[in-house]
Design a protein. Structure first.
Ligand code: AKB
Length: 317
């Protein structure tokens, strides 16, 4: 049985990945940690062991790994793209500091490490349509720079020290549980909340801005499946392109209008987010993930929209 440590358990991915891991591996085998402790999320506090970890402090990670005999670390600590631009040093300290600390601890204690990368690891020189698995990566955001650095460090620790590192280049993640906060793709989550609350949504991106996206249940499944994948089949490790759909704002709004016909949208474009989005792929080629560990998303724009609206309507009724 695995003994797993989740760092950043209360964040957008962690608040759904942690319960999913507890369901698969047992509550007592998944230790939830975050910077703020005890967590505001009562369910996470109460459903299994939990502790405070500041991912920039290697001792916090090492102490927990020793105490619970951890063999796998899910390192989810990060500051998203737009927020990191407001404080690049903090973006670097958390984005790279956490990866390096996890890798060092993993080397010493023999752990596997999962760290999400992102479409943000690409830049304007990258082919935007059908972005290949292996291609030019010259991101222009601090977030992207931390993601490329994390990918390279993770490969380095695998090649040099045999640490079992694995990673996914996530697209924009859409969840009905926890709001992202500070990302470029956040609009695709926030519009669903505006739709069910009957509020006007101010769209920060221009019509025609295509980006890869994924519904959170697929992201959770991808993370667990990759960590369970047979290592002999993995040609790549850090990091796999994965996507479930690609759309631009009008496609998303029209899909929501099938269920909420009076959805009100105003375009109020945000220069920072638009520039970042313009530098990211329109859609990635994720055939390496499909071939090497059978990646296959379950949700598309239609099925995700039905599920998002159904869940949020129940919560806000
Ligand atoms: C962001 O927009 O910063 C993130 C991402 C795509 O990595 N959602």
């Amino acid at each position: 049985m695995k003994k797993i440590l989740v760092i950043g358990a209360c964040g957008q991915i962690g608040s759904e990945l942690t319960p999913a891991l507890r369901k698969v591996y047992g509550n007592d085998n998944v230790i939830a940690s975050d910077f703020v402790f005890p967590f505001k999320n009562e369910a996470l506090n109460n459903s299994g062991p939990s502790c405070k970890i500041d991912a920039t402090q290697i001792k916090d990670i090492a102490d927990c790994v020793k105490k619970y005999h951890i063999d796998s670390i899910f390192n989810l600590a990060a500051i998203l793209s737009a927020k990191a631009e407001a404080n690049p040093l903090m973006g670097w300290d958390i984005g790279v500091g956490a990866v390096l600390n996890c890798l060092e601890v993993a080397k010493e204690f023999g752990c596997a490490v999962f760290t999400p990368s992102s479409i943000g690891a690409f830049g304007p020189e990258t082919p935007a349509d059908g972005t290949p698995q292996d291609t030019i990566q010259r991101p222009k955001t601090i977030y992207g720079i931390t993601k490329v650095t994390g990918e390279l460090l993770s490969d380095y620790y695998f090649l040099r020290y045999g640490v079992d590192t694995r990673s996914l280049r996530f697209p924009g993640l859409i969840s009905n549980v926890t709001l992202p906060g500070g990302g470029t793709t956040d609009y695709a989550v926030e519009v669903y909340y505006s739709a069910v609350k009957n509020e006007t949504f101010f769209c920060p991106l221009k019509k025609g801005t295509f980006l890869d996206m994924m519904y959170m249940p697929d992201a959770i499944k991808a993370s667990i499946d990759l960590m369970e994948a047979n290592p002999d089949k993995l040609i790549h490790r850090n990091s796999f392109n994965v996507t479930a759909m690609s759309f631009e704002p009008e496609m998303l709004f029209n899909e929501i209008r099938k269920h909420v016909p009076d959805l009100k949208i105003e375009y109020r474009y945000d220069e920072l987010r638009q520039n970042i989005a313009d530098s990211w792929p329109n859609y990635m080629d994720d055939s390496a993930a499909r071939e090497e560990w059978n990646w296959k998303p379950e949700y598309d724009l239609q099925t995700m929209t039905v599920d998002m609206l159904r869940t949020l309507k129940m919560r806000f009724k």
